[in-house]
Design a protein around this ligand. Structure first.
Ligand SMILES: NC(=O)C1=CN([C@@H]2O[C@H](COP(=O)(O)OP(=O)(O)OC[C@H]3O[C@@H](n4cnc5c(N)ncnc54)[C@H](OP(=O)(O)O)[C@@H]3O)[C@@H](O)[C@H]2O)C=CC1
Ligand SMILES: CC(C)(CO)C(=O)C(=O)O
Length: 345
């Protein structure tokens, strides 16, 4: 039995973001975390995580209350439902399994008890759950954190965790259900005093705003193999002027056409989101370096489709989208997932 004030939290994906989320929640003492790991399971199960964090300091050999390498199956394992499920995997709809099928063993289709939180970047990531889990409250987690798993179980977090939590709209549920859950989760996440977790009433605004960064700097850095500091230094700043700012302005116009007015200055804020000397590698660059698939559909494809449908010209974003699609194809080929015609000699 866990203490009455604690809630059970299942975190799926214990990488850069999931490991720090697990640590935050357990440090606060208001959550008992079960962390689902995959390629880092053996390393973490044996030695725990080694975390170098600007919020938590140096943490050696740390483990959540429970770690496992499978998604809990509530039915076959006779488990009670979790209070929260946090999805902290990359969200890549073009590569199976889909996020909805991933959580399925731990989240029955008719669930009303468990609150699902998508701690992931990108636009419209809640929509598949409206069909698969229509009565589940789904919260948006927008994280400004710079974190990377540099080797299995080794996490370096060099930008503080600032988390915005809010309810995704769900026509099947009253507004109050989601916002009460967001308040409750934010309290548990902040309880350790190490992080800033705020509740937001407008998750669509939050997601478009973050996309000004993620739809542009993630793919540009991933395609070029440059971190954000080097990108800003490249060509004496001309790459930022010629590619980054125009692409960011396209995202701002697309957001506006979708009814989301972003503040003046958001482009400047995102270009300068971290100092040059942070040499921050956005998560998509980290994925390319590791040979992993990238989240280009939710970060680029969704805002591009939305903007174009509303008549917004987005030539820079469109070019980045197709380049990112080629990067995804290259990864699929390297993983042996596509066949190409033999070279003619
Ligand atoms: N890193 C950052 O600084 C930030 C990231 N984000 C967003 O947060 C989300 C998570 O990113 P991040 O933590 O960087 O990603 P990581 O790749 O570091 O971590 C994702 C983890 O999920 C695991 N995983 C994937 N699929 C499964 C599965 N089927 N079962 C179990 N585990 C699985 C991966 O395992 P494996 O290693 O085996 O693939 C990996 O450990 C993304 O949407 C990202 O855009 C948002 C803000 C900042
Ligand atoms: C840029 C950053 C680190 C901001 O939190 C991010 O969202 C990512 O790496 O995908």
């Amino acid at each position: 039995m866990i203490e009455a004030q604690k809630k059970t939290v299942l975190i799926i994906g214990g990488g850069a973001v999931g490991a720090i989320a697990a640590l935050n929640l357990e440090v606060g003492g208001l959550a008992e975390v079960t962390l689902v790991l995959r390629s880092n399971y053996d390393a973490v199960n044996t030695h725990g995580f080694d975390i170098k964090s600007c919020d938590h300091g140096q943490v050696q050999g740390w483990k959540a209350s429970r770690v496992r390498n499978t998604i809990p199956n509530l039915t076959t394992e006779s488990l009670p439902p979790y209070g929260y499920i946090l999805l902290c995997t990359k969200n890549i709809p073009d590569i199976p399994p889909t996020p909805a099928s991933l959580v399925a063993p731990a989240l029955p289709p008719s669930n009303t008890h468990t609150v699902l939180i998508l701690l992931q970047n990108g636009l419209h990531i809640h929509k598949p759950f409206l069909a698969s889990h229509p009565t589940t409250p789904v919260l948006s987690g927008i994280s400004m954190i710079g974190s990377e798993e540099t080797a299995p179980g080794k996490i370096i977090q060099d930008d503080p965790d600032r988390l915005l939590i809010g309810a995704f709209p769900n026509p099947n549920l009253g507004e109050d259900a989601g916002s009460a859950a967001a308040q409750d989760f934010a309290r548990r996440y902040s309880a350790g005093g190490k992080t800033s977790c705020r509740v937001s009433g407008d998750v669509l605004h939050d997601r478009w705003r973050k996309l000004v960064y993620n739809a542009v700097l993630n793919p540009v850095c991933a395609i070029l193999g440059l971190d954000t500091g080097r990108l800003r230094l490249a060509g004496g700043g001309e790459v930022v002027e010629g590619v980054v700012r125009p692409a960011m302005r396209e995202v701002v116009r697309a957001a506006g056409a979708c009814g989301v007015q972003l503040e003046e200055g958001v482009v400047e804020e995102m270009v300068e989101a971290e100092p040059v000397e942070s040499y921050l590698s956005p998560s998509m660059l980290a994925d390319v370096r590791k040979g992993n698939f990238i989240e280009y559909e939710n970060l680029l494809g969704e805002p591009l489709r939305e903007g174009k449908e509303k008549g917004v010209e987005m030539p820079t974003i469109e070019m980045l989208y197709y380049m990112a699609k080629a990067v995804q194809w290259r990864t699929a080929e390297r993983k042996g997932l596509v066949e190409i015609p033999a070279k003619k000699v």
